[in-house]
Design a protein around this ligand. Structure first.
Ligand code: PLP
Length: 439
């Protein structure tokens, strides 16, 4: 990092006036100008170091600049940087083969450019396969910013984008803020399923193409489902000939300590969407993993959709290298260890000392601190409290992911135990300073 230049940082911020940022008013207020990254560390142009506890948008599962992935992209760029999707191509087939080797009983992959168009195409596939239109998804979900994906989304980013038809929402389980007056995980699962069942019955079961669900809703707050919920959705889908789409865009590729989060629940999906962790975002990519009985439909008729960059060689090469490195280096096992032995216990210990933490939830490298104004009412803290904590964490070199009233603790899966403990210590310090400054 010796050659970092503060002048470049100044210029990057100046040129930012030409950028309209995602979900933002123009111009963006004071965005961080990042110059370099390696492993779990990032540097700005002044050489200030940050420990990445965000994995950016929860996508750099393998960490930054992993040498095997970088080298694979460089090699592929020199050999064949791009090729039409209708051609066949060795590295694309290898990427699909690697993905299918990590999930049971799936037959093929449709590659996309990212997560939203993976969801978009999964919904399209389900609609073509069933000849039906409606999609049941959950409030407290995020599925991407394109047509059907944003309409399937449960959070307020949907509002203002509601131009697609056939989207129905229900509440999924979330015991800490239960919609169902539940007091146990069993009650929460049973009542949430009863609610989903009643919504489907009221809307007409034969009108549903798909049930779409995040195996652990991520952006909505890392809501690990109670045992039986995903299996219950599977049974509901089976009862009515509905396709079950599991959206693994954020939770997949090791984030929860399994290759795919739904593998914790032993549930069998019909379609799985993926993106982020499949290659840690070094090249934009996503896709739909398709079960054989759904693929049958496309033996008889073409899929009515395609993309110029479907199965792009740079993306494919980065997926192969990333999955191989994750396998060889035991990165998924390490994520499970970090969750069980360092992050989980460490965050629960913080909750014992800091009453602002209402709940700690998660698994693997996928954790949320639900921050409350008081523990009895569970009233979420105001946005200004989270903004203050975020600033204080950044000042101490901790790069956080925050959403609503929460801090999500979502580092790259390659983080060492020592770095994870260093991050926990910074969190401790910042929460203590906040408590002592509070009126
Ligand atoms: N699905 C889930 C579960 C996500 O978390 C996201 C992004 O955060 C998406 C879909 C959309 O992915 P992308 O931003 O790559 O389009």
């Amino acid at each position: 990092t010796a050659d970092l230049s503060p002048a470049d940082g100044h210029r990057a911020r100046e040129l930012d006036r030409h950028i309209l940022h995602s979900w933002s008013k123009h111009p963006a207020t004071n965005p961080l100008a990042i110059a370099r990254a390696s492993g779990v560390r990032m540097w700005d142009h002044d050489g200030r170091e940050y420990l990445d506890f965000s994995s950016q948008l929860v996508n750099t599962n393998i960490g930054h600049a992993h040498p095997r992935v970088v080298e694979a992209i460089q090699r592929q760029a020199a050999e064949l940087a791009t090729v039409a999707p209708a051609t066949t191509n060795l590295v694309r087939g290898e990427a699909a083969e690697r993905i299918l080797s990590k999930i049971d009983a799936m037959a093929a992959v449709f590659f996309t450019n990212g997560g939203a168009d993976a969801v978009e195409n999964a919904i399209r596939i389900a609609r073509v396969h069933t000849g039906r239109t409606k999609v049941l998804s959950h409030y407290r979900s995020y599925h991407g910013n394109t047509g059907a994906a944003i309409n399937a989304t449960g959070d307020t980013r949907r509002v203002g984008n509601e131009f697609a038809v056939g989207h129905v929402h229900c509440f999924g389980p979330f015991l800490y803020r239960s919609e169902f007056w539940a007091e146990t995980p069993e009650q929460e699962a049973e009542r949430a399923l009863q609610h989903a069942r009643r919504v489907i019955e009221a809307e007409g079961p034969s009108t549903f193409a798909a049930i779409l669900v995040e195996p652990v809703p991520g952006t909505a707050g890392i809501l690990v489902p109670p045992p039986g919920y995903l299996q219950g959705l599977r049974e509901l889908a089976d009862a009515h000939g509905i396709v079950l789409i599991i959206d693994e865009v954020m939770a997949g590729f090791g984030r929860t300590g399994e290759w795919f989060a739904h593998q914790h629940d032993g549930v069998r999906p019909d379609l799985v969407t993926f993106a982020k962790g499949s290659n840690s975002g070094y090249v934009p990519v996503g896709g739909v993993i398709i079960a054989e009985h759904i693929l049958e439909t496309f033996r008889e008729r073409p899929i009515p959709g395609g993309l110029t960059y479907s199965g792009h060689p740079l993306a494919a090469a980065s997926i192969v290298a990333s999955i191989d490195a994750m396998t060889d280096e035991g990165i998924i096992e390490h994520a499970a260890h970090l969750g069980a032995d360092v992050l989980g216990p460490g965050l629960r210990e913080l909750a014992e000392r800091h009453p602002i933490i209402g709940e700690v939830r998660g698994r693997g490298c996928f954790w949320a601190l639900d921050l409350v104004a008081d523990r009895d009412s569970r009233r979420p803290v105001d946005a200004s409290v989270v903004a203050g904590l975020k600033g204080a964490l950044l000042e101490r070199g901790y790069l956080p992911f925050t959403a609503d009233n929460r801090i999500h603790v979502v580092p790259p899966l390659v983080m060492s135990d020592d770095d994870a403990r260093a991050g926990l210590a910074i969190l401790d310090e910042v929460l203590a300073a906040h408590a002592s400054a509070a009126p």
